[in-house]
Write a new protein. Structure first.
Length: 481
């Protein structure tokens, strides 16, 4: 099967602790969703920090931070929400420990939770569809910054130019995704350093204009305040919750790598920049109208610095989207599509570009971001809860070669190819979350009864984890052998 067969002549470094050599970063990654043998394991857990840090210094984080103040929160309430929402990066770190244990990506490890056939459905929706949507949203954000650069250069920003800009940014992003894991590990440290330098300048400018006593004219109180706070937490948490695929980037680490180090470096790499950049968006919203974040921030930045800032926004979004496209490509393989990983990434990119052009040319971008992120939490929260619970119950013991066995009667075939415990837990958690949702598209009966308070995130997590633990009845189905 093409999707699970690596290059028959991969270049293998003998030293598992060595960093990727130049020849490895200069060629397309041979592996897809197949098992990574011990002889090809390398790297250190601290390398994960720059991977997640580079992906979280981006325009979308600024948008989300500014949106919290636009929703009616004062500055300190918004910052508290940002900290709580970004704390969910700890769960992303927990999921990452399964990568070195199994030597396979998350898209394969979840066969332990859902069965071979059930996992194909899971990957089609949670792995592929949502990843493509996030890719499109982030691509739209990068394109918005690029449109300003093009306009400043005196080029008319018409539909044709916008389409060309989107395609160019997507091509740069997909190049990183196609070359794969080694190139990501090599590039993301310098990207992190460059973005940090730019955002230090932004921070100085923003803090200088911040109104630290800011209170909105119509601040919510009582039940309305709790409704805004919980919606804000879900909005921020949608970022870390979207990375149920964090094992994709840790699976090349040696199996003896410290699980605590993997959790720590992954969580810190997401939490620290995510909190800082979101907070900058909230700080800026006390001084300028963040309904149009890009134009607003240009009012408080030095004129000479604006092009640098816009380039940094584009670079940061390319970094996060390269990870998203990489995982989406693996998800497409895990669904059962017989296609090489490099080609599956290009398929994902084509679909995402189409969605991006729609988001930019037809719909309102900020409304699209808020609505999509809030809706995905109802599915992503339960999905992450099932995964994390399985890691705890299994004590992170995964048999990578056994996970690759897709034959009926195999270790993870369960009943008809579906692990009912995982399927029921995911569906039950999602249904419970949907009952508690409060979005412009739908309001669940629980949210309506509570006056608009959205408990979808905590309820979805708790119900999915509880159901999965209860249905296993103290045992782990399909335990690694």
């Amino acid at each position: 099967m093409v999707s699970t067969t690596p290059d028959p002549n991969p270049d293998v470094d003998d030293c598992p602790g060595a960093p990727p050599s130049p020849d490895r970063t200069a060629r397309v990654e041979a592996h897809g969703i197949d098992h990574i043998p011990d002889s090809e394991r390398r790297g250190r857990p601290r390398e994960l920090f720059s991977v997640w840090a580079a992906a979280n210094v981006n325009y979308l984080s600024l948008v989300v931070g500014g949106a919290l103040v636009l929703m009616g929160l004062n500055l300190w309430q918004a910052i508290a929400v940002i900290v709580v929402g970004n704390a969910f990066w700890v769960l992303t770190g927990v999921l990452a420990v399964s990568g070195p244990a199994a030597g396979t990506p998350s898209e394969v490890i979840t066969r332990a939770m859902y069965g071979v056939r059930g996992n194909r459905v899971n990957n089609a929706i949670v792995g592929w569809l949502i990843s493509v949507c996030y890719f499109a949203l982030n691509l739209a954000a990068a394109a918005s910054a690029a449109f300003s650069l093009v306009g400043d250069a005196g080029i008319p920003v018409n539909t044709g130019v916008k389409s060309a800009v989107v395609v160019v940014i997507a091509a740069l992003t997909l190049t990183i995704s196609v070359y794969g894991h080694a190139l990501i590990m090599r590039l993301y440290l310098p990207i992190t350093l460059a973005l940090t330098a730019v955002f230090l300048v932004v921070a100085v400018c923003v803090v200088g204009h911040t109104d630290f006593t800011y209170v909105p004219d119509q601040a919510p109180h009582g039940t309305d305040l709790w409704a805004v706070v919980l919606s804000g937490v879900a909005l921020v948490a949608s970022g870390p919750l979207s990375y149920t695929t964090s094992a994709d980037f840790s699976r090349y680490l040696p199996r003896t790598t410290s699980a605590r180090a993997i959790v720590g470096w992954t969580a810190l790499g997401g939490f620290l920049p995510g909190t800082v950049v979101c907070s900058l968006g909230a700080l800026a919203a006390t001084a300028v109208d963040m309904t149009d974040p890009q134009s607003a921030l240009q009012k408080i930045l030095p004129g000479w610095f604006t092009p640098v800032f816009l380039l940094a926004l584009i670079l940061g979004t390319i970094a996060i989207n390269a990870l998203t496209a990489y995982s989406a490509g693996l998800a497409l393989q895990a669904v059962g599509v017989r296609i090489r990983r490099s080609l599956s990434v290009l398929v994902d990119g084509t679909v995402s570009v189409s969605l991006t052009l729609y988001a930019l040319l037809v719909s309102n971008f900020l409304d699209t971001v808020n609505n999509v992120l809030q809706l995905t939490v109802a599915l992503l929260g339960p999905s992450m809860a099932v995964y994390a619970t399985d890691i705890v119950l299994r004590r992170n013991r995964y048999d990578g070669p056994a996970l690759m066995d897709e034959r009926p009667g195999g270790p993870f075939w369960y009943s008809g190819g579906v692990n009912r415990a995982g399927a029921i837990a995911l569906l039950g958690g999602t249904a419970a979350a949907a009952l508690c949702l409060d979005t412009p598209y739908c309001t669940g009966p629980v949210a309506a009864a509570l006056g608009g308070v959205d408990l979808a995130l905590p309820v979805g997590l708790a119900v999915a984890a509880g159901l999965y633990a209860a249905l296993t009845r103290g045992t782990v189905p399909g335990r690694a052998r």
